[in-house]
Design a binder for this molecule. Structure first.
Ligand SMILES: [Zn+2]
Ligand SMILES: [Zn+2]
Length: 323
């Protein structure tokens, strides 16, 4: 089983988790082109992707989602509320004025009346089914972009739903999604279990704190990708507007180095082969600070159990972690 972190941070997140012939991408928060570039750089074959899983609908997790899913023709797994929120997000809002709408409606009615005057009844039924844009253009003007059918931005090759707390399975991997406290529609972390290898890997980023259910989910994992988002002092003194600082610090914001360290010290069972610190803020954190906090928290258990501590980055992928 392996985990390849392609990117981690507030400018884009994507991680490959693979076992046997099953290969899933968790989040697609970079452009399709960049995702494919990083997969090539780490030896991950895009054609081998079985599915894409979405943790939540924030842009740094879905920026390249629709383009990549369409390009590769793979299904996308969401919770239903996350899918709904994503569809709302990518569907352009109608900015048409009421006057313009009335005008268009009148034109449509005129066309329908004209058609009614000349066409036999069965054709009429067909015309009534058509979108206005599909009707034969009467002049050059009608064929302008205004009335052209546009591709649906929320179109995906296939959509599958999962629910937090309910195990599902993709190929050779069992997946346990768990709810995380974050300001999105229905955000989730995941534990992946490769049945054949008996290996477990977990992803938990974008969470304001670690509630008991997350604590429980992160037991007995061999590889743990955990958020270590910000240094509290750097955030407080940093350039973010007050409202954004409040959001990051809140119970549905992001996990600080201190909170991450607190978990590692008090609740972490010490059994992971590798701990990956992820979703580091570029503005409000330094890799050395995140590493130091985690190392101090794990203390001498780090060497005792042969744990490895790795820092995921925003601008470059990590080498695959294979067990
Ligand atoms: Zn994020
Ligand atoms: Zn988020």
């Amino acid at each position: 089983m392996r985990m390849t972190v392609l990117a981690s941070g507030s400018k884009g997140n994507a991680t490959v988790v693979a076992a046997g012939r099953t290969c899933v991408l968790v989040d697609a928060g970079l452009s399709c082109r960049e995702l494919l570039r990083r997969m090539a750089a780490t030896g991950e074959d895009p054609a081998a992707l079985t599915a894409i899983l979405v943790t939540h609908e924030h842009l740094d997790h879905v920026a390249g989602l629709s383009v990549l899913a369409r390009r590769l023709g793979v299904p996308v797994f969401f919770t239903e509320p996350t899918h709904r929120a994503w569809v709302r997000m990518v569907t352009p809002k109608t900015t048409m004025s009421y006057a313009k709408w009335l005008e268009l409606r009148e034109q449509e009615k005129l066309r329908a009346d004209e058609a009614a005057a000349y066409a036999p009844a069965h054709t009429l039924a067909a015309v009534a089914e058509l979108e206005p844009a599909e009707l034969e253009p009467e002049s050059e003007e009608d064929s302008l972009a205004d009335t052209k059918p546009r591709p649906d931005p929320a179109f995906l090759p296939a959509v599958e739903y999962f629910r937090a707390g309910q195990r599902f399975c993709i190929g050779e991997i069992d997946i346990d999604p768990f709810t995380i406290p974050h300001d999105a529609a229905d955000p989730c972390g995941f534990v992946f279990h490769a049945r054949a290898e008996g290996v477990r890997m977990a992803i938990a980023t974008d969470l304001g704190y670690i509630p008991p259910n997350v604590n429980q989910a992160l037991r007995n994992v061999d590889v743990l990708l955990l958020e270590s988002n910000h240094d509290l002092e750097m955030l407080k003194d940093g350039p973010y507007p007050w409202s954004v600082k409040q959001r990051v610090l809140s119970r549905v914001g992001h996990l600080s180095n201190a909170a991450c360290a607190d978990f590692l010290q008090r609740d972490y069972d010490g059994g992971a082969h590798t701990i990956v610190l992820g979703h580091l803020s570029e503005q409000n954190n330094l890799p050395e600070l995140a590493r130091l906090a985690a190392e101090q928290a794990i203390g001498n258990r780090l060497s005792l159990l042969g744990n490895r501590l790795v820092l995921a980055a925003q601008d470059a992928p990590l080498a695959p972690i294979a067990l």
